[in-house]
Design a protein around this ligand. Structure first.
Ligand code: SF4
Ligand code: SF4
Length: 453
């Protein structure tokens, strides 16, 4: 690797093109985006992978440099893979960057290139092929389909009742298939599934203050039903009429992170059809990861004018409720303490930090104790914790130490993926801190069941 280029070396008139670009698809990282990096290095210290690994090539600046080299034909595409795979896509670097580099967009463009190359590559090892097929099946057939989600959830339920996961672990099948980590992180099914609410409209309690649509998501309908129901009830309680459109589907966030842009576009189009964005005050989601992607629909479907309208209506539920103002007549006192973990796709991806904290502070009796490095990624990052378990595990162990240092009764976050990861951290460390979504805590303060253990 040659030394890092100077700012002048990436100026518009001096675009390096030594050979044929390693990038071949329309989703490639764009020169206009990555050339904004002036290599100042101000992002390095906020980057979790640079901090842990101490390698320039595992920093935002180093990754952008490699991407520029690949685009100039100086670096083979495959040489990017390790360092890009290690990136959490947490976008802390975007917050730190004085040049406004939209790193997430650059990374996802490069990952789209790697995913396209994967589809063409032959002769991968059997286990890689199996993992790839499973992932593609999950991304293209399961996540977008409520019927298949229900079917697989029922099979999983039956398997769990028969003790199959324990048996598979005992005979070494999970290890042989490389599924040990997935089994450790697997969320529990949360019946009744949220599917029964989809397709219905729920009235506002009292005077109507807003009409909103709620994105039910994909995994949330099976594994995070409590979060979705809490969102619905708190919105209703605060004077919102809530429609949950029947035609909606998975938002495509996991696909975007993994570079599967075509599937993400297909899902986005379906959601545009399902949500009459013009007819509502907001499109609300309780998942920071989904919200971040929904707000990017305008870019993803740049040719479709409806996409920008849709994206402009999307609100994270904390952002929406903080702006609306909570009705405080129904909030009961919670004499407890919480510490808040910033979800990367809320703090860095959507620049929302104060709204969740404002909502927590609005609950009488509840004490918010800030944890150190609250906006440092917990290691969840979409499917990162499955694909890079070693680094994700180190990040999680750090996170658990910081959470424990607060002595708070509960850990609160605003993204189901973070919730799952931190719950795994709580189990592993024997730390007796329940992990909740902000909206679940608000639901408790409103007196809606269930209470946490
Ligand atoms: S997205 Fe996160 S892990 Fe990736 S380069 Fe930026 S700060 Fe580092
Ligand atoms: S802070 Fe921004 S401009 Fe500076 S090195 Fe990082 S990405 Fe490049």
């Amino acid at each position: 690797m040659t030394s890092a280029p100077t700012a002048a070396a990436v100026s518009a008139e001096n675009r390096p093109t030594d050979g044929v670009s390693a990038f071949q698809t329309d989703d490639r990282p764009r020169w206009e985006d990555y050339s904004r990096c002036v290599h100042c290095g101000l992002c390095l210290n906020v980057c979790p992978t640079f901090r842990l690994l101490g390698e320039e090539m595992d920093s935002p600046r180093g990754r952008i440099y490699q991407i520029a080299q690949a685009d100039a034909g100086r670096l083979e595409l495959e040489r990017l893979r390790t360092h890009l795979d290690r990136c959490l896509d947490c976008r802390a670097c975007e917050t730190a960057c004085p040049s406004g580099v939209q790193y997430g967009r650059i990374l996802e463009g490069a990952r789209a290139e790697l995913a396209a190359a994967d589809r063409l590559a032959a002769g991968k090892r059997l286990r890689d092929r199996l993992a790839g097929r499973l992932r593609r099946h999950l991304f293209e057939r399961v996540l977008p389909s409520r019927g298949r989600m229900r079917l697989y959830a029922s099979l999983l339920d039956a398997g769990q009742r028969m003790g199959l996961p324990g048996l598979a672990e005992r005979i070494g099948l999970l290890r042989a298939l490389g599924l040990e980590n997935a089994a450790r992180l697997a969320p529990r099914l949360a019946r009744p599934f949220f599917h029964r609410e989809i397709g219905q409209t729920f009235p506002a309690h009292g005077e109507r203050r807003a009409r909103v649509v709620l994105l039910a998501g994909c995994m949330q309908n099976i594994f995070f039903t409590n979060m979705n129901r809490a969102a619905l009830r708190v919105l209703q309680w605060n004077g919102c009429e809530v429609e949950i459109p029947a035609g909606q589907t998975c938002c495509g966030a996991l696909h975007m992170h993994a570079g599967e842009r075509e599937t993400a576009r297909r899902l986005a189009r379906k959601n545009l059809e399902a949500f009459d964005a013009g007819g509502f005050d907001a499109i609300v989601t309780a998942s920071a990861g989904c919200g971040s992607t929904l707000k990017e629909y305008g870019e993803l479907l740049a040719q479709d004018a409806r996409a920008a309208v849709f994206a402009g209506k999307v609100r994270d539920i904390t952002e929406f409720l903080a702006a609306l103002g909570l009705r405080n007549d129904g909030l009961r006192a919670l004499p407890a303490s919480v510490t808040y973990q910033d979800a990367c796709h809320l703090a860095h991806g959507q620049r929302i930090r104060s709204a969740p904290r404002e909502l927590l502070r609005a609950v009488p009796g509840l004490k918010l104790i800030e944890m150190p490095h609250a906006d440092q990624c917990c290691g969840s990052a979409g499917t990162y914790n499955l694909e890079q378990p070693e680094i994700a595990g180190r990040l999680l162990r750090e996170k658990m130490q910081w959470a424990r240092s607060t002595g708070a009764d509960w850990i609160v976050t605003a993204n189901p993926g973070c919730q799952l990861q931190i719950q795994a951290g709580v189990r592993a460390s024997g730390q007796p801190q329940p992990v909740l979504h902000v909206i679940e805590l608000l639901a408790i303060a409103h007196g809606f069941p269930p209470m946490p253990d």
